[in-house]
Design a protein around this ligand. Structure first.
Ligand code: ADP
Length: 260
């Protein structure tokens, strides 16, 4: 069985007493396990056919292009785009179930974070030409980390900055040293900002957390991107923070990474 334990200090200075409360949370834990198992099975089962669909749509686009069929090439590329979006959603579910099982794996290597930042920013610039994505990097030492996972974390922050900003919004991605032991990467946007009271802003890093507010338009999503991002950063011994920019509007997400 599972219990949550609460301790309360009671009484006056001369007569200290402590009350301990045990709350049986077995049923809640069981429900969580059923949910976790479902997410794991569903994402694996959905991923298998999707891998096939992805390979064939790419092949189709290439073949149509080779045959000089412009109209259908455009259609196949659009199909490709949607298949990739779906693959991202399923990958987020797969990563989430790996995190819950403690099975997310990391391969560390030495690399220059500024190269990775430039690479990812260029990818996003190509696909989102109306957005002004600005780089503001300063030279930093190479870090020892999982390059692909850090790229994923950074990609999630840029994806959100784009998603929660108007199409002409300026997004700044910057790097700098915090001190001799760690560096910092920030993604700043001029979008809607995170509509959560300052004291509970960190909730955005919880699993499945989404902001729901009457005066916010509905954006698509599952509330997993920031959870996965925070877990990746935590694994590397870094910290992640979020702030709203009261003057200019928008949000700024920053994470630190230790050098060793
Ligand atoms: P999703 O975008 O799929 O809902 P995330 O985990 O990436 O999930 O983000 C959680 C929530 O945090 C979002 O629903 C959104 O309300 C808020 N959020 C994240 N990034 C930003 C941002 N750059 N600006 C404003 N709100 C954001």
């Amino acid at each position: 069985r599972w219990y949550e334990v609460y301790a309360f200090r009671m009484g006056t200075a001369g007569q200290r007493q402590v009350a301990i409360l045990f709350k049986d949370i077995t049923e809640r834990k069981k429900t969580e396990h059923v949910k976790d198992d479902f997410i794991s099975t569903a994402s694996h089962e959905l991923n298998t056919p999707l891998t096939g669909i992805k390979a064939y749509t790419q092949l189709l686009a290439r073949e149509l292009q080779k045959a000089g069929d412009k109209k259908n090439t455009t259609l196949a590329q659009k199909l490709n785009h949607h298949v990739n979006r779906m693959a991202n959603l399923i990958n987020n579910l797969l990563d989430t179930s790996k995190i819950t099982k403690g099975a997310l794996s990391f391969i560390k290597e030495h690399f220059d974070i500024n190269d990775l930042v430039a690479e990812r920013v260029n990818e996003f610039r190509l696909l989102n030409q109306y957005y002004q994505i600005v780089l503001d990097t300063t030279p930093v030492k190479p870090i020892l980390a999982d390059r692909q996972r850090i790229g994923q974390a950074l990609g999630n922050l840029i994806t959100n900055a784009i998603k929660y900003s108007p199409p002409t919004g300026k997004i700044t991605v910057s790097t700098s040293d915090v001190d001799a032991k760690q560096l910092k990467i920030s993604v700043e946007d001029h979008g809607v900002g995170v509509s959560v009271p300052a004291a509970s802003l960190n909730k955005v890093f919880d699993r499945f957390f989404r902001v729901s507010s009457a005066n916010m338009p509905t954006y698509p999503g599952m509330g997993l991107g920031l959870y996965i991002t925070a877990q990746i950063i935590k694994y590397h011994g870094g910290t992640i923070t979020v702030d709203n920019k009261p003057d200019s509007g928008g949000a700024v997400f920053s994470f630190t990474l230790p050098y060793e």
